[in-house]
Every structure is written in structure tokens, then in C-alpha cells.
Write a protein that binds this ligand. Structure first.
Ligand SMILES: [Ca+2]
Length: 264
């Protein structure tokens, strides 16, 4: 065993010494081509979810579920009772806006408006509108890592933004197994990672925000029974509960919301 370790060390040192002559691409290839961990979902509990909610943003804070729903003329911001799925309070988002991602910064809620470049700000307690900020391009998912906001726009790029001005401070390109990963949708910030729904799929990925590398790929297929899939849209909506380190996930127009763990 000791011999093998020493041998491996010699090989590693040899690569490190030889690396400069191989060029940057040759050195980085093995790192970026690494496959993400393959995870699946283990359901802890199932809750009802409003079948009319075209879920675009989901967060769980202090015992309350906050949800942003989309579609023009049907968009809302709402507080939802997790156990019953009952809408406790709701704010309609007027035409022509199509509400998207949702995040909280202290006592404020930030809600994106897909192609309209506006972020609506609300008081988290009353859901009263308290302001507005702007962005360029499309707004899809949003989360707050405790310092900055992270926004997706449907591409492989995540923008890190000021929580006060919404200005871009950094752009992170997301890659999985060495290739760009696009269609990144709803987000959830957990520590230094961002968990993301990948639009039109049952896949959730864990992104290391230092590098943009997808370190885990979660197969979340099979949550709804075939009979429950009638009339529903895609998986979307991910929130984190730090109390027991579980995730709350649902989909657009899904009849159910699931508390899950991501497991091997
Ligand atoms: Ca979220």
C-alpha cells in the first residue's frame, strides 16, 4: 500500500513538472471532464400543491413557503402553507409581466419578470411593493447566498449580483463533464453551491460557484405517478430547509410538492 502511494506521488509530481510544457488545455482537461456525482431523490414527505401554480420561484423561510408563479395574466407572488398547500396571501402580477425567480434579502423579496427586465421588490411580511430594480436580458431563476444574489437567464451563465443595486459583479459559466450546461432555471443557494433545475428535464444539478463546475447531477424523475402527470408542465421550484437539510421541490402545475433528500 505504501509503495502504491509513493508511486502515485511520483507520477503526480511528474505530471506537475511536465504540465507547463503541455499547455493550459491539456492540464485542465482531466479536471473539467470529471463526471458529476450521480444522485437520486429519496422522498421524505409529500404535500399538496396548487395545480394552478405555474411555479417559477420557491423559497422556504421561517416556516413559510414563498412562491412566484408565471404566465402572463396568471402570475402571482404568494405565501403558501406547506402542510396543506393553501395560499395564505397572494399578490397578482399585472399584464404584461410574466413572473419568474424569487429570492429574499433580509426583509425584502426580489421577484424577476422574465423578459421585462424588472425586479419587483416586496416587504416579506406584508407582500406590499416597496421598490423596483432593473436588469438586462432575460430573468429566469434567482437565489441569495447571504451576500449576493445569483440569477439564471436560461443559458449556461449565472450572474452574481449586488443585493442592493442588482448590478452584475461576476459571471459564472456552468459546465458539466467539461461541456457548457445551458437551460439553467430555478435556483437555490446552499453554502457555496447553487442547486438548479435544468429546464425541460427532471434533472437538478449542484454547481460549485467558485468554478462553475457541476459537482452532482440529481435524477428527480418519477416523482409524480403517471396518472398525476396529466396536464402538468416540467419540474421547477427548489427550496432548501436547513433545519433537516432537505429540499422542497415541485413543478409547474404539479398537484404535489415533495420534501426530499439527494442520495447516492
Ligand atoms: Ca429557490
Amino acid at each position: 500500500m505504501i509503495g502504491k502511494r509513493v508511486g502515485l506521488l511520483v507520477v503526480c509530481v511528474g505530471i506537475a513538472v511536465a504540465a507547463p510544457s503541455l499547455g493550459r488545455a491539456a492540464v485542465q482537461q482531466p479536471l473539467f471532464a470529471k463526471q458529476p456525482d450521480a444522485l437520486k431523490v429519496s422522498v421524505v414527505r409529500t404535500y399538496p400543491h396548487d395545480r394552478n401554480a405555474f411555479t417559477q420561484g420557491l423559497i422556504w423561510r421561517d416556516g413559510m413557503l414563498y412562491e412566484s408563479t408565471g404566465l402572463v395574466g396568471r402570475s402571482t407572488l404568494r405565501k403558501v402553507d406547506l402542510a396543506t398547500g393553501a395560499v395564505k396571501q397572494q399578490v397578482p402580477i399585472p399584464t404584461p409581466y410574466f413572473a419568474e425567480g424569487l429570492a429574499d434579502v433580509g426583509n425584502r423579496l426580489f421577484q424577476l419578470t422574465w423578459q421585462h427586465g424588472r425586479v419587483f421588490l416586496y416587504d416579506k411580511n406584508t407582500l406590499g411593493r416597496v421598490g423596483e430594480l432593473a436588469y438586462q436580458g432575460e430573468g429566469w431563476g434567482l437565489c441569495h447566498d447571504g451576500t449576493s444574489l445569483v440569477m439564471s437567464d436560461g443559458s449556461d451563465a449565472l450572474t452574481v449580483r449586488s443585493a442592493s443595486t442588482f448590478a452584475v459583479t461576476r459571471t459564472v459559466k456552468v459546465t458539466m463533464a467539461g461541456r457548457p450546461l445551458g437551460r439553467i432555471n430555478e435556483l437555490e443557494c446552499v453554502g457555496g453551491d447553487v442547486y438548479a433545475n435544468v429546464w425541460t428535464t427532471d434533472t437538478i444539478v449542484r454547481i460549485d460557484m467558485k468554478t462553475g463546475v457541476v459537482t452532482a447531477r440529481v435524477d428527480a424523475s418519477g416523482l409524480l405517478a403517471p396518472a398525476e402527470r396529466f396536464g402538468v408542465d416540467v419540474l421547477n421550484g427548489i427550496a432548501y430547509d436547513p433545519a433537516d437539510r432537505t429540499f422542497l421541490i415541485t413543478g409547474k402545475l404539479w398537484p404535489k410538492l415533495f420534501r426530499v433528500r439527494f442520495v447516492r
